[in-house]
Design a binder for this molecule. Structure first.
Ligand code: RIB
Length: 323
């Protein structure tokens, strides 16, 4: 088992092009809004969230030979990450078109570009061997993720899969090599229906306040993954492990922009797990606070909190017994 205290994130970097508008346009409609450009991509966001939360984090990704790729280098270095960015000349750096409405909800289209050219071989053995947790979101080829997770397990690291965006068919080999999976409720429902078609996940998740949590726990166990952590947005988070399950409500905050909230959660979660590998409850509380702070500011990575802010919120809510 690896004794390292580093987290390695292998995944996407995208240039986020974001428009804030009152209401999402319906097909054929033109609406007015304001525009911002930010660094993004689920992998890069998760790496930034982890390093800001206090982890020693390394990011491996692929960018194009273009201004967005050059900006990625500068941004990630300035954040204090160890980076291994592979330049791919055959494709442009990934981009994301993001719309955010007045409720802070978002709709996103991603052109993955160079992210799709990243291979497992692009990840040096040395980086895999020095990590105790390896995170992969799915803005990459599935064969790349499968290769990395197999190597991660051989190296004795824990693997965390963020199945976003959820593909039509997630290879069982990836799930077999996953220790912790963090889907949102839609991704969880898709996952279960791929493994057990006909299983009514939607109604299980529909009303957390009335349904016994045992039913959700049983649905999680279908995945045969040690830790299943379903992020439920403003409804909170449900956690199922082999010997326990628990639910935490979201921390009430004024929501400005939910873009990257799931990424902030994962960065916070892994930072805490690096510090206390066996304390999943503490890690989820810490992650809940990280995500709550992230949604109070615009953008994805730029909204992620620093460690003292997370610790202060955690302390306050532990005192109020809200987490
Ligand atoms: O999770 C949010 C991210 O999804 C954005 O930064 C965007 O780039 C897409 O990858």
């Amino acid at each position: 088992m690896s004794l390292s205290r580093k987290v390695l994130i292998v995944g996407s970097y995208n240039q986020d092009l974001s428009w804030k508008t009152s209401n999402f346009p319906y097909p054929g409609q033109t609406v007015l809004g304001t525009f911002h450009m930010n660094p993004g991509g689920k992998g890069s966001n998760q790496a930034v969230a982890a390093v800001r939360a206090g982890a020693h984090a390394t990011f491996v990704g692929a960018v194009g030979k273009d201004p967005f790729g050059a900006a990625a280098h500068t941004f990630l270095k300035n954040e204090g990450l160890t980076i291994h960015l592979v330049e791919k000349t055959e494709a442009a750096t990934g981009t994301a078109a993001i719309m955010v409405n007045s409720a802070g909800q978002n709709e996103i289209i991603v052109a993955l570009g160079s992210n799709l050219l990243l291979t497992s071989e692009d990840v040096p053995d040395a980086l895999l061997n020095e990590a105790s947790i390896i995170i992969c979101p799915l803005e990459a080829q599935l064969t790349t993720v499968e290769g990395i997770f197999k190597r991660a397990k051989q190296a004795g690291a824990r693997t965390l899969l963020n199945p976003a965006p959820m593909p039509k068919h997630l290879p069982p080999e990836i799930l077999k090599h996953t220790d912790i999976i963090v889907p949102n409720e839609g991704e969880f429902a898709q996952l279960i229906s791929q493994i057990e078609p006909g299983f009514d996940t939607a109604s299980i998740l529909a009303d957390l306040s009335t349904l016994p949590h045992q039913a959700i726990h049983q649905a999680c166990r279908i995945l045969k993954i040690d830790h299943v952590i379903i992020t439920l947005g403003e409804k909170g988070v449900f956690v199922s492990s082999p010997t326990e399950y628990f639910y935490l409500p979201a921390i009430p905050v004024k929501v400005i922009d939910t873009t990257g909230a799931g990424d902030a959660f994962i960065g916070g979660l892994t930072t805490s797990l690096i510090e206390n590998p066996n304390d999943m409850y503490k890690a989820v509380c810490f992650a809940n606070c990280t995500a709550a702070l992230a949604v109070t500011k615009p953008g994805a990575a730029p909204s992620f909190p620093l460690r003292p802010e997370i610790d202060a919120l955690l302390k306050k809510h532990l005192k109020d017994k809200l987490v």
